[in-house]
Design a protein around this ligand. Structure first.
Ligand code: HEM
Length: 375
């Protein structure tokens, strides 16, 4: 039996043309031999074609399994299960509208937080997007949002990720409803929805991340330690490829949410409006007098006036370090500038670790808020 005959089997296309997280996947081996559609199958040859198909699928599986790419391994699984079930691997190519639907569902769930914290899951979901991406190391190309490795131990148990099970739980509900989206795309889209739904700037975003394995995880210690100073902050964020201006813009996300003593050890919110995206974090840094909190917990600052707000040591360095201070002051004075710079830096953060050719579109999209869609 010649290879040419094998590849002309009628079921070939269904077996080979599979979709990985909505991105159509065709292994190079297939592309090389592909023809424009199969010839009609003579009925009497059904058994022959079935065995040819099985052989082809097995060969494809072998080829894919022995390549090192994670995409290949996933495709292999798809091919295998298609063969085992006797059904074609499903092909679904989501459009921008499909991702907008996922965004909308996330936005709805962010609001269904009941008594949780300040009545919204948005801050913790934003934090998940950041921690999933912030493990990136530009020198080795490891870490980042591509593989969503926080699904696995030990990364899910890293001290810095304490409490993020809440966000992963919310995201899991969406995953059940839209199983075609990769976790990396889902979690980063969660970050986008969190910022936008809390009245923040539009965050350009595009899909293409794939699910990896526990072996893709990075070691503990890649995320910042809040008890440290400006050198540590620079070390961590420079490793990801950010500059001082981007660092200061990103940390402005602390306008949102709060610290939890049972998670990080720190306690309290940074602003009086922890579910609205504003430049209040910078304003408060400069306008309030900050004193060390007297308590048994880790060193943190509190506002002298009310004692109800907090700053981490790493937040406070934004007023102490000359270069950081310049940007922090500019953001305190100009919310539009902060929004613009945050959007750019956050969009960059969410794409760390994703090979550019993996993205399904060259230009990131802008997705609409629920409010905009009602209008
Ligand atoms: C020097 C850099 C940073 C340090 C040391 C830091 C540290 C922390 C700590 C200790 C918490 C409290 C966690 C808890 O107890 O639940 C926290 C919360 C948070 N962080 Fe950061 N962070 C940094 C940068 C960022 C960045 C870049 C973002 C996003 C772009 C971000 C977004 C958030 C959000 C939204 C929360 C609130 C989470 C909630 O309410 O559950 N942080 N961060």
């Amino acid at each position: 039996m010649s290879l040419a005959v094998t590849l002309r089997a009628p079921v070939r296309r269904a077996v080979f043309s599979t979709s990985v997280r909505g991105v159509e996947f065709r292994p190079k081996a297939y592309r090389r031999f592909t023809t424009e559609g199969p010839p009609p199958a003579p009925k009497s040859n059904t058994a022959l074609y079935a065995s040819i198909a099985a052989f082809t699928a097995a060969a494809a599986g072998y080829y894919l399994y022995n390549s090192n790419s994670d995409t290949s391994r996933e495709a292999t699984t798809a091919v295998k299960s298609a063969v085992q079930s006797g059904k074609a691997a499903t092909k679904f190519t989501p459009t921008k509208e499909d991702y907008q639907k996922v965004y909308n569902r996330i936005a709805e769930l962010l609001d269904e937080a009941g008594d949780y914290d300040d009545g919204s899951f948005a801050p913790v979901v934003l934090r998940l997007a950041w921690h999933a991406s912030g493990t990136y190391d530009k020198d080795t190309g490891t870490g980042g949002s591509n593989f969503a490795t926080m699904r696995f131990e030990p990364e899910s148990l890293h001290g810095a990720n304490a409490g993020l099970h809440v966000a992963r739980g919310v995201m899991e509900k969406i995953k059940q409803e839209y199983p075609w989206i990769s976790y990396g795309d889902l979690w980063t889209l969660g970050g986008v929805a969190a910022v936008q739904e809390m009245a923040g700037p539009k965050i350009p975003w595009r899909p293409g991340r794939i699910d990896g394995f526990a072996s893709n995880a990075t070691p503990d210690g890649r995320l910042p330690d809040a008890s440290q100073g400006s050198q540590h902050v620079r070390d961590i964020f420079y490793r990801m490829g950010f500059n001082d201006q981007e660092i200061v813009a990103l940390i402005g996300a602390h306008a949102l949410g709060r610290c939890h003593s049972d998670r990080s050890g720190y306690e309290g919110p940074w602003t009086f409006s922890p579910t609205t995206f504003t430049n209040d974090f910078y304003k408060l840094l400069f306008d309030e007098k900050w004193v060390w909190k007297k308590w048994n917990g880790p060193k943190q600052l509190q506002d002298k006036n009310t004692g109800s707000l907090m700053m981490l040591p790493t937040d406070y360095v934004l007023t102490q370090d000359k270069s950081f201070k310049k940007y922090a002051k500019a953001y305190a004075d100009d919310q539009n500038l902060f929004f613009k710079d945050f959007a750019a830096a956050f969009a960059k953060l969410l794409e760390l670790g994703v090979p550019p050719q993996q993205f399904v579109v060259a230009e990131p999209w802008t997705l609409n808020t629920l409010e905009e869609q009602k209008a």
